[in-house]
Design a protein around this ligand. Sequence first.
Ligand SMILES: CC(C)(COP(=O)(O)OP(=O)(O)OC[C@H]1O[C@@H](n2cnc3c(N)ncnc32)[C@H](O)[C@@H]1OP(=O)(O)O)[C@@H](O)C(=O)NCCC(=O)NCCS
Length: 165
Amino acid sequence: MEIRPERSGDVEAIREIARVAFRDHPHSRQTEAAIIDGLRRANALSVSLVAVRDGTVVGHVAFSPVTIDGEGNGWYGLGPVCVLPELQRQGIGQALIREGLACLRRMNARGCVLVGDPDYYGRFGFISDPALRCGDVPAEYLQRLVLGRTVPRGEVRFHPAFDAA
Ligand SMILES: CC(C)(COP(=O)(O)OP(=O)(O)OC[C@H]1O[C@@H](n2cnc3c(N)ncnc32)[C@H](O)[C@@H]1OP(=O)(O)O)[C@@H](O)C(=O)NCCC(=O)NCCS
């Protein structure tokens, strides 16, 4: 399996994976494909990686800039991340996330936040932090990974593409 940056020819495959991966997700509003498209249109897909197996795109992860306490400060949001349902639980999601975090480190990002299941994201070093908030997201689902030296406090805002969708 290869993990590489998205190319223009991957766009439709990414849309389709997001559509089928989130179809039965209990907290999804089925807007993930539109969010990824919106981030791309806004030039806010800071990192966009695909997993390719046997020449076919089978997974995708996006990272986009966030603001914390009103400041755009080198922090990024992870997500959406998705893998074709029939290929889940084979390590593809983990490989995408680990390579995405490596890209952020190379970009000298200060850190990464996400909204997601602590049982899954803890393995990458994400923890919840009561000093961060994000609307009405329950505290344990808002998680952060510090990559630089400072730990910010305050309200996390994801890119407007997350709302527009
Ligand atoms: C979440 C997702 C990207 C993970 O990718 P994946 O390739 O299936 O996951 P991996 O194979 O890398 O990791 C598997 C491990 O994660 C665990 N896992 C997978 N999804 C999980 C979840 N939602 N919550 C908790 N653990 C999860 C598995 O139990 C497994 O653990 P183990 O290695 O200890 O057995 C993928 O399952 C997916 O596309 N899900 C639907 C969309 C989604 O929920 N996206 C995340 C929210 S933005």
